[in-house]
Design a binder for this molecule. Structure first.
Ligand SMILES: Cc1cc2nc3c(=O)[nH]c(=O)nc-3n(C[C@H](O)[C@H](O)[C@H](O)COP(=O)(O)OP(=O)(O)OC[C@H]3O[C@@H](n4cnc5c(N)ncnc54)[C@H](O)[C@@H]3O)c2cc1C
Length: 432
């Protein structure tokens, strides 16, 4: 990697981390830093959106609640130095609306919460499953590990919504999110057991993610409103939408891998992998009489098609307007609904989805009157791979040969959270 004329693309959390570490210029399409992690504020009276709070605002994030989990000491030290964090113990569950039943996450570890006959059947199927078998498709992996009963009850309908139907075509991914520990599963059939999984505790900055991002951005040189339109790898020049350009020797790119391949006009001789887009609906509302106290819920079945609902204000009351923090009469919520790849969603479809989601949350009595309904669109939200595909590896290598080093969740086309994204950025100077 050449240190002189090294530029960074994207001022999301990964690009900012690289900017702090390398002290090199960042080029960012948007007019604010932070990418999908950015927090913003909405006043319930004026409905105005702000990048700061005057107290009487809801705090939301563009990509829905962003909780930091799995950070090692190195990353935690970095975060804490800029912005002290609070630590939380996860409270999440699978919610079955037809039964009005909450089963702690992960479902397979908490079979005792299910009707006894279903739990018994599910347990027998899991015990009999032979995990040594090779499977190449996510749906097959789920069936092999959790059996027909749990798949029909939860895993298949949930993944149908979460992957917008792709789970029958893509390879298994994020296995760490779905632990398979037969001993714990048997124990959880007999009794209530403690939480398990990858994010049993998580942290969040005391002054919001925007507080952390603001500090990071101030430590970097970010050029805003600089959307990259083309990258000429021969001349080593980037062209921006505003008609300007910049020369480079090497690039650190946090932009999605498939986009960078297109921007460079390079080609990988394999089918491009799929991704899913997500409509995030941020809602500020009067609290409903049956609003749960969970941090987030996985939903296998919803009329309006969402697969996850999170409760910002159940994690921390600082997401609520100041006047509601003591009496807890409001709730700040995010809802995720997945789509097959789309650059944008029609305004009509967004409006319809927002109305349907709000109605459904009201019918579950999670919310009363909605004061703020603020949708955001994430074109590339979840990245997937076809079984056996070498596209990702090929694309990363090809770009490297042309002086472009891809890092971060979208740059590397891998499912990673904020902690890993920060580490990718901070460690880029060590030549990862
Ligand atoms: C729905 C959802 C929920 C999530 N929840 C969590 C969570 O709770 N905890 C967690 O740890 N992680 C979570 N994640 C993952 C987390 O969002 C990512 O790890 C992290 O935000 C990745 O940051 P990034 O900087 O790599 O990407 P981004 O945030 O996407 O930043 C990329 C930047 O590049 C810019 N850009 C794009 N194209 C161009 C262009 N052509 N020219 C110039 N600039 C461009 C964008 O504007 C953006 O600012 C979640 C992800 C999703 C999708």
């Amino acid at each position: 990697m050449h240190r002189d004329k090294l530029l960074i693309l994207g001022a999301g959390i990964t690009g900012l981390s690289a900017g702090v570490s390398l002290s090199k210029e960042i080029y960012e399409a948007n007019n604010i830093p932070g990418g999908i992690c950015t927090s913003y504020y909405v006043n319930p009276e004026s409905k105005k959106t702000y990048l700061y709070t005057d107290g009487e605002t809801y705090r939301f994030e563009i990509g829905g609640g962003h909780w930091i989990h799995g950070a090692d000491d190195y990353v935690m030290k970095f975060i804490n130095r800029l912005s002290p964090v609070k630590c939380y113990e996860r409270k999440s569950a699978v919610y079955f609306p037809d039964w009005d039943l909450y089963v702690p996450y992960p479902l397979q570890n908490h079979l005792s919460y299910l009707p006894r006959d279903i739990a018994r059947k599910a347990l027998d199927e899991i015990i009999q499953s032979d995990h040594r078998k090779d499977v190449f498709i996510l749906a097959d992996w789920l069936r092999l590990h959790f059996g027909k009963t749990l798949c029909e009850l939860f895993f298949f309908p949930f993944h149908e919504l979460y992957t917008a139907g792709l789970f029958t075509k893509i390879e298994p991914q994020d296995k760490y999110k779905t632990p398979v520990d037969k001993e714990q599963i048997i124990k959880g059939f007999k009794e209530k057991i403690p939480p398990a999984g990858y994010n049993t505790t998580f942290v969040y900055p005391e002054r919001g993610l925007d507080g952390l991002i603001d500090k990071m951005a101030k430590a970097c040189k970010v050029n805003f409103n600089k959307e990259v339109n083309e990258i000429d790898t021969k001349k080593r020049e980037i062209f921006f939408k505003d008609g300007t350009s910049a020369k480079y020797k090497d690039l650190i790119s946090t932009l999605p891998l498939n986009k960078v391949i297109k921007l460079t006009n390079l080609s990988v001789d394999e089918l491009e992998p799929p991704y899913t887009s997500v409509l995030v609906i941020n809602i500020g509302a009067k609290k409903g009489s049956r609003c749960p106290d969970h941090h987030w819920l996985y939903i296998p079945k919803s009329k309006s098609g969402f697969h996850r609902v999170g409760f910002y204000s159940n994690v921390d009351s600082s997401f609520l307007p100041k006047s509601s923090r003591g009496n807890n009469d409001r709730v700040a919520i995010y809802v995720e609904k997945a789509y097959l790849p789309k650059k944008n969603l029609e305004a009509e479809e967004i409006k319809r989805s927002c109305n349907e989601v709000v109605k459904e949350l009201q019918s579950w009595m999670f919310i009363d009157e909605a004061e703020v309904i603020d949708p955001t669109w994430i074109e590339i939200a979840y990245t997937w791979s076809y079984p056996g595909s070498k596209w990702k590896h090929g694309a990363i290598q090809l770009l490297r040969q042309n002086g472009i080093y891809q890092i971060g969740r979208y740059g590397l086309w891998e499912c990673q959270g904020i902690a890993k994204s920060i580490k990718d950025g901070l460690q880029v100077k060590y030549g990862r």
